[in-house]
Write a protein that binds this ligand. Structure first.
Ligand SMILES: Cc1cc2nc3c(=O)[nH]c(=O)nc-3n(C[C@H](O)[C@H](O)[C@H](O)COP(=O)(O)OP(=O)(O)OC[C@H]3O[C@@H](n4cnc5c(N)ncnc54)[C@H](O)[C@@H]3O)c2cc1C
Length: 472
């Protein structure tokens, strides 16, 4: 039996460990932190549970990538973690208006016509988004960009899907909007679309393709769920049969003939295969071999220019519906260069107590300014909580025990500052990203640093690609 070591216990590590077991490898998963989950984990503080980041679990309808993977590994994690579908999964708040996103284009159409009645083109846009999301994500996407031969195979294998999505692949999102709406759209509609692009594919509307926009809008059509008791519980349920070690940070990886030597602070391991499921592009010093260093170094510049500022706390009020996630578009008066114009709010219900996670993107280029004043983060926290109160007509005292995580917190606990992995920009096409299969025998990649599509959805697409590659 081949020995496979999976490094990193986030979504990517846990799911790929399970498929490697399915492929009859002897698997060990190593996680640097005290729990599984990474950015999608759930932590405890003063006896309260908080989702670190990810709360929405997309792609749960049959034939979508995560559901396909869960069916393959088959240990009922959905039931174990009490994951249920939510409809509408997301409410978008903009300047006193609330717009729900639903699981079907028909429900959405009614809502969009009510919210933006003067715009013609909603029906075509929503149906196209539904169709492209289904076509692309329900198919067997293949990617191996190692050399000319594997690239040719990639093109040939994807040809049937490519022919269907080609018109949207090279077209900027803005061109598609012009085509469908045939008129200047309002700023309000622009930000409504961009908020969804930013939160699902981690880039701006200006920088993504028509395909990126269609997938961002199609997110809710994949079936979005939420885990009662926290997303971390879902990850633990998936990992249940896996042999894993916590608090074990990998410090060095070295290739020795046909195997790998992996050094942690406690142990030295040997493995025939390794799967990098940790933020490897930010931690290149781990690689002892120059070949690896050179190979990964060329991808570093693809990483998202954003990190995150996240507020956590207890919610005691009743004016905000805790079931869906809330995407809040900030008014012009609040916008500045230190954070994106969007807030993402979600809740965790546990033993009749509600905690919240409220996040925004912050540009990494501004980090120094960010920490130059002691009060900067405190002020940001206050500003965001005040805006929640204004948006939902809630009282400030209903948000209690509020604290925050900064980019440095993410560096300390998750070993990364860039959040959002490789964004789905127009220029980050499949042959430009690392993908899952490397030219080095036995070395595979999964997760945020391998694919230009992050979160449960994009990570699952990558792992299915790896599974099909190894199976064949
Ligand atoms: C605020 C926020 C909200 C989000 N909301 C959503 C959402 O609602 N839905 C969604 O689908 N996605 C969401 N995302 C994105 C999603 O959380 C990430 O894309 C995903 O969790 C990344 O998973 P990963 O396994 O690739 O990496 P990570 O989550 O980063 O996991 C990598 C793991 O590797 C470990 N590690 C690091 N270095 C080492 C080492 N040297 N040795 C051993 N282990 C190591 C880390 O501790 C970590 O546990 C959100 C992200 C953020 C930041």
């Amino acid at each position: 039996m081949k020995k496979c070591m999976v490094i990193g216990g986030g979504i990517a590590g846990v799911l790929s460990a399970r498929i490697m077991e399915l492929l009859e490898r002897e698997v060990i998963l190593i996680e640097a932190g005290p729990r599984l989950g990474g950015c999608a984990g759930t932590f405890e503080r003063n006896h309260l549970k908080y989702n670190i980041g990810a709360t929405t679990i997309p792609s749960l309808i049959p034939d979508f990538p995560l559901k396909r993977l869960l069916d393959l590994v088959n240990n009922s994690p959905l039931e174990l973690a009490e994951v249920h579908l939510i409809n509408p999964p997301i409410l978008i708040h903009n300047n006193g208006k609330t717009i729900a996103r639903f699981m079907s284009p028909d429900e959405d159409l009614e809502e969009w016509q009510r919210a933006f009645p003067t715009l013609k083109g909603h029906k075509k846009f929503l149906n196209l988004s539904y169709q492209i999301t289904n076509t692309l994500l329900k198919s067997n996407f293949y990617l191996n960009n190692n050399n000319i031969l594997t690239k040719t195979k990639t093109i040939l294998k994807n040809m049937p899907i490519y022919l269907k999505i080609a018109p949207y692949f090279y077209k900027p999102a803005s061109a598609l909007i012009r085509e469908l709406y045939g008129q200047e759209i309002s700023d309000e509609f622009y930000y409504f679309l961009e908020a969804q692009v930013m939160i699902t594919i981690q880039t701006s509307l200006k920088e993504t393709s028509a395909l990126g926009l269609l997938l961002a809008i199609g997110y809710s059509y994949t079936g979005v769920g939420k885990a009662n008791g926290g997303t971390g519980k879902f990850i633990e349920a998936i990992a249940l049969p896996t042999n894993f070690f916590l608090n074990e940070k990998v410090l060095k990886i070295k290739k020795i003939k046909n195997s790998f030597l992996i050094k942690t602070q406690n142990e030295t391991y040997h493995a025939d295969e390794i799967i990098l499921a940790f933020p490897f592009l930010e931690n290149l010093e781990i690689f002892e071999d120059n070949d690896f260093l050179k190979y990964f170094n060329k991808y570093r510049s693809l990483l998202s220019p954003y990190s995150a500022f996240v507020c956590y706390g207890k919610y005691m009020g009743s004016t905000i519906d805790p079931s869906p996630s809330h995407l809040i578009i900030l008014p012009e008066t609040m916008k500045n260069n230190y954070f994106s114009g969007y807030l993402f709010l979600s809740f965790l219900n546990h033993s009749n107590i509600r905690t919240f996670t409220l996040s925004t993107h912050v540009p990494i280029s501004k980090l120094r300014d960010f920490y130059s004043s002691k009060n900067f983060c405190e002020n940001l926290k206050k500003q965001f909580i005040n805006y929640l109160c204004e948006t939902f007509g809630e009282r400030e005292e209903n948000f209690t025990e509020v604290f925050y995580a900064t980019p440095l917190t993410f560096k300390k606990y998750l070993n990364k500052i860039h959040l959002g992995g490789i964004p789905f920009k127009m220029e980050n096409h499949p042959f430009k990203i690392p993908g899952n299969i490397t030219p080095f025998k036995g070395l595979f990649l999964v997760g945020e640093h391998s694919f230009a599509y992050q979160g449960w959805l994009g990570i699952s697409v990558g792992i299915l690609n790896l599974y099909e590659h190894l199976r064949s």
